[in-house]
Design a protein around this ligand. Sequence first.
Ligand code: SF4
Length: 264
Amino acid sequence: MMYQTYEGMDIEGTVLRIEKSSIFDGDGLRTVVFLKGCPLRCKWCSTPESYQKKIQTTLDGTITYGQIMTVEDVMVEVRKDSLFYFHSGGGVTLSGGEILAQPEFAYHILRRSCYEGINTAIESSFNADWDKIEPILGCLDTAFVDMKLMDPERHKYYTGVDNALILSNIEKAGKERRPNMKMIIRRPLIPGVNDSKEDLTALAQFLGDLKGVDHLQLLPYHRLGTDTYRKLGMEYPLAEIEVPSEEHMQWCKDITEKYVKTII
Ligand code: SF4
């Protein structure tokens, strides 16, 4: 099906990959578009190939990460699963990297999807100036926002950036989101890094006092992606961390649920 010309259709961005039929990144079956580029350097990151916006190749030259696509190129892929969205309540999810590292590209994909009646979601850390986030909220059904640590010093040590901007943006988004936009906060639980009773309590109290947060989701740390570090000639910074047990996840949930609805 050919679509008419629309504003922003020729804007180019770097896409890491596109995954079809995901059930983990929003309602129903989703097409997940991963964008390259991220200003953070989380020591537990499972996608080091997403750090840089530019296209990269592994040391042995066998794998290339990323491709240049226009907004319309992405929409062609997204539209292919329209029937699945209709039957499952799904849609498109933009993920990263950090989608706000390519704000104009992200905005136009979301805007066009919204115009075509496709459900929209993003996964972001909200580490960007507010003027890059505000326009996106107008064409968004669900925002999954990561809150990795409440302690500012530890946040900087483990992610490379301060968390003041992130907290301020989450507060603003809660107040200024569209009434039917869902904001879900995610905490990837990294044992020994951000699973203390103090940090979880601070997180849950912050969210409990906030407008516009649907719930908190606790995600267990996993070790996927460690091979990619090796292929890119990088060192995996958290080599000794164990995956949290189900009992530990429940212990964390018991702490946060006193203040905010929590799922694991
Ligand atoms: S924000 Fe996500 S993509 Fe960026 S470094 Fe952290 S875990 Fe990796």
